[in-house]
Design a protein around this ligand. Structure first.
Ligand SMILES: Cc1cc2nc3c(=O)[nH]c(=O)nc-3n(C[C@H](O)[C@H](O)[C@H](O)COP(=O)(O)O)c2cc1C
Length: 458
């Protein structure tokens, strides 16, 4: 029986396959045998599996979604569209078969990757010749792994998600509006994010470049040989602090966050290990532990620089002033606060509207700024940010803004799984984007990414 647990714990989603190594059909047949032994609603077994190992056909699938371009075999899993619709038992049955196949593949020394983002399931259906009454539920890519993740992505422990007899927790909201969240819920959400590792959190390159350029322009200079004390207030995940610390070696970072897990994730990533403090105080005091490296406290007059990137938009509105007041208190007189925010008067709104109208995902985890997975989010107008900072006592001294239109790399990324118009528009729009970005006044009013430099008066 222990072999079962080895297979269960050892299975990983494989995202890079060795395409030069074909998978013998006998192995695929064993995998399909595992599929048909899955439970199905009423034992109807209304599934059909189309195994695609023809490279030409796989290439066509790969054009629909890059996720299907990685493996030598893609198994298209379909189920009777009009069977067992109640409680989505059709999808549940197909999913049971997919999980059986994933485990069987691992037991046979193969890797698998469960794909729901197929570009367009109806086109997939047509490409493999399935009739309309078969609904494509997902595609399972199979092949010999080229890269196996070193560690399993962390799981939310059973003690957190399992309840005996009666639910005893608090569900994390799926609302995208910050007003529906509180500190505890944000902490749970952030913790889930960092447990996911940095694959889903990586800043996109056009956002990373804007952050680096803005930070370079707005940061206070250090005299030669001197080190400035810098505070990152509520990092999204710590990956921006990592990037900035590598480019600005004269800063010593302290990271303030409400979750020990985010501090564990982020403090080790900076060029020199950062210090961590649990904040906001006193709420975060609950998470301070005897002997743990992260004390809960309010930072006071100890920093030359404070930074908060894309965090005001994420906090419930009544917490925004607290973040700014904390930054004010944390700075020495003459200290600098750098804020980054997404402009509500930019293409962000149009992009969100298009996304919400489309077929794609709409949940809180797919909010696109900076994307994906930033949680609750409400873009702010630049004057709103200025006003909030002024109320906390800051004086505005400089700003930088980027992207009146999405840059070419962003358009390409956003339309990566769409054909037709979006793809055709990508290049000319990208060209116009770099042209419009030359006008400073337009960038400051309409640019999507806004950065501000404020000073605490001496
Ligand atoms: C329904 C479903 C859809 C998924 N879609 C994607 C996807 O679009 N891209 C991706 O990289 N991984 C996808 N995955 C894989 C998950 O990211 C993966 O299962 C999770 O991170 C845990 O890692 P593990 O499978 O290696 O244990 C999907 C998994 C499931 C069950």
């Amino acid at each position: 029986m222990s072999e079962f647990w080895d297979v269960l714990y050892g299975r990983r989603s494989i995202r890079k396959f060795d395409k030069s190594k074909p998978v013998p059909r006998e192995l695929i047949e064993k995998i399909l045998d595992a599929a048909i032994w899955a439970p199905s609603s009423c034992n109807y077994q209304m599934w059909d599996f189309v195994v695609v190992d023809d490279p030409a056909l796989n290439e066509k699938l790969g054009k629909l979604s890059t996720q299907m371009a990685n493996a030598p075999v893609n198994i298209v899993v379909s189920y009777g569209r009009d069977y067992s619709e109640e409680a989505w038992a059709n999808i549940q049955s197909a999913s049971a078969a997919i999980e059986n196949m994933s485990l069987a593949a691992h037991a046979l020394g193969l890797g698998s990757f469960w794909i729901t983002q197929t570009g367009n399931p109806e086109t997939v259906r047509e490409l493999v010749g399935l009739p309309f009454e078969r609904m494509v539920v997902a595609v399972l890519a199979i092949g010999y792994p080229a890269v196996v993740p070193k560690r399993a992505p962390k799981r939310r422990p059973a003690s957190e998600v399992a309840h005996w007899n009666h639910y005893a927790g608090r569900p994390v909201p799926s609302s995208r509006a910050p007003k529906d969240w509180d500190l505890d819920l944000l902490r749970i959400y952030q913790r889930a994010r960092v447990r996911n590792g940095n694959r889903h959190n990586k800043p996109k390159e056009w956002e990373r470049d804007a952050v680096l350029a803005a930070f370079g322009q707005l940061r206070p200079p250090a005299s030669p040989g001197a080190v400035l004390e810098a505070l990152d207030l509520l990092p999204t995940h710590g990956l921006y602090t990592e990037i900035l610390s590598a480019h600005h070696r004269d800063l010593r970072w302290t990271i303030a966050d409400l979750s020990p897990e985010v501090l564990e994730f982020s403090t080790v990533r900076t060029a020199e290990a950062a210090r961590g403090i649990l904040w906001p105080f006193p709420e975060a005091q609950r998470f301070a532990q005897e002997g743990a490296p992260f004390p809960a406290r309010e930072p006071v007059a100890e920093f030359d620089l404070a930074m908060a990137l894309f965090r005001l938009e994420n906090l419930p509105p009544d917490l925004r002033p607290r973040l700014l007041q904390t930054a004010f208190r944390a700075l020495k007189p003459g200290g600098v606060l750098i804020l980054g925010s997404v402009n509500s008067r930019s293409y962000q709104g149009t992009m969100e509207a298009v996304r919400l109208r489309g077929r794609g995902p709409k949940g809180v985890e797919y909010i696109l700024a900076p994307d994906p997975s930033i949680g609750p989010f409400e873009p702010l107008a630049p004057d709103q940010v200025m006003e909030e900072a002024r109320k906390a006592g800051f004086v505005s001294t400089a700003s930088a803004a980027f992207h009146v239109l999405p840059p070419a790399a962003e358009i390409e990324w956003r339309t990566r799984n769409r054909r037709g118009l979006a793809r055709a528009l990508a290049r000319p729009l990208g060209g116009a984007a770099s042209l419009l970005d030359r006008w400073g006044w337009l960038r400051r009013s309409r640019g999507r990414l806004q950065f501000f430099r404020f000073e605490k008066p001496r």
